[in-house]
Design a protein around this ligand. Structure first.
Ligand code: TXA
Ligand code: MG
Length: 317
C-alpha cells in the first residue's frame, strides 16, 4: 500500500498526522529545506522503523525538530553562543549540535548513542503546525532512501518511500532546496559540520570564523559520508559543455542554449531550490552521465557544491 498524500494546509490531515506519530508511525512533512520523514523522537520503536524505512545505517544520528526554544532547551545544553545563534536563525535552516541533556526526551537510538543532540526549529508553517499538534521533538532525516537525492516535493517522497511510510503531507516545492547547515557548538566554539541552506557568512557574523570538522576535537557529522545525495547516473563537475550521451545541467546566463539551467540569472538561492529536482529529472532520462556547469563557491554555492561533490563521489555499490 502506498501512503496517502494529503494537503499540509488541511487541519484534519495535520490532526491525523499527529495521531499517526503518537502511535509510532512515520509521516513525511514539508520543511523549508527539504521534506523530512518524521517519527516520535522519544519512541525508540518508531525511530527504529524510520531507520529501516530509509535503509539508513543506525550509527547515523537524526536531527530532533522542535516547535520552540523551550523544547530545544529540554533536549540540549545551551551556552551563550548557541543561544545567540538560535535567537538569530531559528526558525530556519540551521541545525545546532549541542551536548545532550541526560534527561532529553529523545531516544538513544535517535542520537545513535552519542552524547550530543542535533536540534532545529524549521521555518515552515506546516512543520511548525505539526510540531505544535504533536507536542514533542520529532526525529526527521530527509525523506529519501539513504544515499539518494533529498526530496523537495511530495511526489519525490512518494517515489522513494511511498510504500514504507504512513502519510505524506504535501505543501508543494521546498523554498530553500538544500538541507540545513549543521553547526556543532563544543566548549564555546562553533564548528561547521555540513554546509547548507544558511550561508556560512551569516553564521560567521555571529561566531567569527567557523572551524572545519576535523580541525577540532568535535566529532564530524557521522552522516557526511563521501558518497551521498547520489543520482544513478555518474556526475561530471565543472563541465563547460556535455560530452556524447551526457545530460547537461547549466548555471548562469552563458550556459548551453536549451539545456536545463539551475538559474539562468546566476541566482544561487534559485539554484539551490532547483538542484535536487533537476538532478532527479535528468537522472530519469538514464543518461551516460550528468555534466554540471561550474557553480561559484560563494554563499549558498558552498552547500550546492558540497552536494554536487558528494553526488559525484558515488561508488558503485
Ligand atoms: O534540512 C535538514 O536538515 C533536513 C530537514 C528534514 O530538516 N534534515 C536532514 O536530516 O537533512 P539528515 O538526517 O538527512 O541529516 C542530518 C545530518 C547528518 O549528516 C547527521 O550525521 C548529522 O546531521 N547529525 C545529526 N545528529 C548529529 C550529532 N549528534 N552529531 C553530529 N552530527 C549529527
Ligand atoms: Mg539526508
Amino acid at each position: 500500500m502506498t501512503a496517502p498524500v494529503r494537503p499540509a494546509q488541511d487541519m484534519a490531515a495535520l490532526a491525523d498526522a499527529a495521531l499517526i506519530l503518537r502511535s509510532g508511525g512515520l509521516v513525511a512533512m514539508p520543511t523549508e529545506t527539504v521534506y523530512g520523514l518524521a517519527a516520535d523522537a522519544g519512541n525508540a520503536r518508531a525511530v527504529a522503523r524510520l531507520y529501516a524505512a530509509k535503509g539508513r545505517p543506525r550509527f547515523n544520528p537524526l536531527i530532533a525538530h522542535v516547535a520552540d526554544i523551550e523544547t530545544a532547551e529540554r533536549c540540549g545544553v545551551f551556552c551563550d553562543l548557541s543561544r545567540r545563534l538560535a535567537a538569530a536563525f531559528w526558525p530556519g535552516p540551521l541545525t545546532l549540535v549541542l551536548p545532550r541533556r541526560t534527561d532529553a526526551p529523545v531516544s538513544d537510538l535517535a542520537t545513535a548513542g552519542l552524547d550530543t543532540v542535533a536540534l532545529r526549529i524549521p521555518d515552515h508553517p506546516a512543520a511548525r503546525a505539526l510540531l505544535a499538534a504533536f507536542g514533542g521533538p520529532l526525529a526527521a532525516p530527509s525523506a529519501n532512501p539513504s544515499g539518494a537525492v533529498s526530496p523537495t516535493t511530495a511526489q519525490h517522497v512518494a517515489e522513494g518511500l511511498g510504500d514504507k511510510i504512513d502519510l505524506i503531507l504535501d505543501a508543494g516545492p521546498c523554498r530553500v532546496g538544500v538541507e540545513s547547515t549543521v553547526v556543532a557548538i563544543m566548549d564555546g566554539k562553533a564548528v561547521l559540520l555540513r554546509p547548507g541552506g544558511l550561508p556560512r557568512a551569516e553564521i560567521e557574523a555571529i561566531t567569527g570564523p567557523l572551524a572545519a570538522a576535523g580541525e577540532t576535537a568535535a566529532p564530524a557529522a557521522p552522516g557526511m559520508l563521501k558518497s551521498h545525495y547520489a543520482p544513478r547516473a555518474p556526475l561530471r563537475l565543472n563541465a563547460l559543455e556535455p560530452g556524447a550521451g551526457e545530460a547537461y545541467l547549466g548555471f548562469g546566463p552563458g550556459a548551453l542554449e536549451g539545456a536545463l539551467n539551475l538559474s539562468p540569472g546566476a541566482d544561487l538561492a534559485e539554484a539551490a531550490a532547483n538542484l535536487f529536482a533537476y538532478l532527479r529529472h535528468l537522472d530519469a532520462g538514464a543518461p551516460r552521465a550528468i555534466a554540471v556547469a561550474p557553480v561559484p563557491e560563494a554563499g549558498l554555492g558552498e552547500a550546492i557544491n558540497d552536494r554536487l561533490r558528494r553526488a559525484a563521489a558515488r561508488e558503485d555499490a
